[in-house]
Ligand binder design. Structure first.
Ligand code: TLP
Length: 340
């Protein structure tokens, strides 16, 4: 049976060009800084994002944590949205590993934070309070249905950060999707930030890897934190080679994933499901029309080869990606219509 896997864009398989590049990569010991392919990937990412330097790391979770650890000391506070991945899905790493205290404010339905909430969360200079150090955003916003944060909003938050001497971090796991959807260069979306963590292993289909970007001093310290977390890799050029193909050949095609997500959302709406957010990129969050347990429905779809994650409250998340064609979307809608 043909499987249509809409659980995440993390399930993508590396395309042939990537496997070929991996097999033929020049490698060295990257902990010595001697892997030529890793060095090429890092230079490419820094250039694409308009930053001085980049660091290859094993995952987006580690990328975000490294950035938080560089920006914040133990007991410092960072401002984060209540639906952001860093806060929700990273095993509490900021506090567990860094003793960094989160100040959590509501994410708006479009994935932004209310500037008034940010301002209100910044601590006074008072020995009773933790020191606010950092504001963290997420672009695109996963839990808000892949919504993208437009440059105007990013600059509004940058201005707040500057007024209060704070740093600004972006979880840009899917920044590439935002750039394609907005028709801008990734550097435009990276410019307001001191640091970003961006992923190669989501829609860009690399098997492993993320990059942290920032200025040279920031990255020098990030190297130390990566080592601390056990993320220093040796002949990692085998993986970086896939990352180079991801960045050079896989970004433009994300538009196809966005079109497929649109099609899926339209079809679901026609079948009586409620799509919760305007679909701007490759994620569709939707709600079932009745009270039955979401797990039952997802299990029925699974028997027909359709994999979609239930995210609670009668809601589901479907993610389009390199492994999903237009025909798959039609078939997925057909399965949902047939089995309910
Ligand atoms: N997200 C995964 C799950 O963990 C939810 C997914 O399937 O979407 N930031 C964002 C915005 C992410 O969506 C993810 C992965 C990460 C960071 C973490 O990346 P990895 O999985 O490489 O640690």
């Amino acid at each position: 049976m043909h499987t249509i896997d809409l659980r995440s864009d993390t399930v993508t398989q590396p395309p042939p060009a990537m496997r070929h590049a991996m097999a033929n990569a020049d490698v060295g010991d990257d902990v010595y800084g001697e892997d030529p392919t890793v060095n090429r990937l890092q230079a490419l990412a820094a250039d694409l994002l308009g930053k001085e330097a980049a660091l290859f790391v094993p995952s987006g979770t580690m990328g975000n944590l490294i950035c938080l650890l560089v920006h914040c000391e133990r007991g410092d506070e960072y401002i984060v949205g209540n639906a952001q991945h860093t806060y929700l899905y990273e095993a509490g790493g900021a506090s567990a590993v860094g003793s960094i205290h989160p100040w959590v404010i509501p994410n708006q339905p479009d994935g932004t934070l209310d500037p008034a909430d940010i301002e209100a969360g910044i601590r006074p200079d008072d020995p009773h309070a933790p020191r606010t150090r950092l504001i963290a955003l997420e672009n695109t916003h996963n839990r808000m249905g892949g919504r993208l944060l437009p440059p105007e909003f990013l600059w509004t938050v940058r201005a707040i950060a500057d007024r209060h001497g704070l740093r600004l971090h972006c979880d840009g796991a899917r920044l590439w999707n935002a750039a394609v959807a907005l028709g801008v260069e990734p550097a435009v979306l990276a410019e307001p930030f001191d640091s970003l963590s961006v992923c190669l292993s989501k829609g860009l289909a690399a098997p492993v890897g993320s990059l942290v970007v920032g200025n040279r001093d920031f990255i020098a310290e990030a190297v130390r934190k990566r080592k601390l977390l056990g993320g220093g890799m040796r002949q990692a050029g085998v993986l970086a080679a896939a990352g180079i193909v991801a960045l050079t050949e896989m970004r433009d095609r994300l538009a196809e994933d966005h079109a497929n997500a649109q099609r899926l959302a339209e079809g679901l709406t026609a079948l009586g499901y409620r799509v919760l957010h305007p679909v701007e990129t490759n994620i569709v969050i939707f709600e079932q029309p009745d009270e039955s347990a979401p797990n039952e429905r997802a299990a029925r779809w699974r028997t027909q080869g359709l994999l979609i994650n239930s995210i609670g409250e009668r809601r589901y998340r479907a993610v389009t990606h390199y492994g999903i064609t237009e025909a798959d979307i039609e078939q997925a809608l057909d399965i949902i219509q047939r089995v309910g």
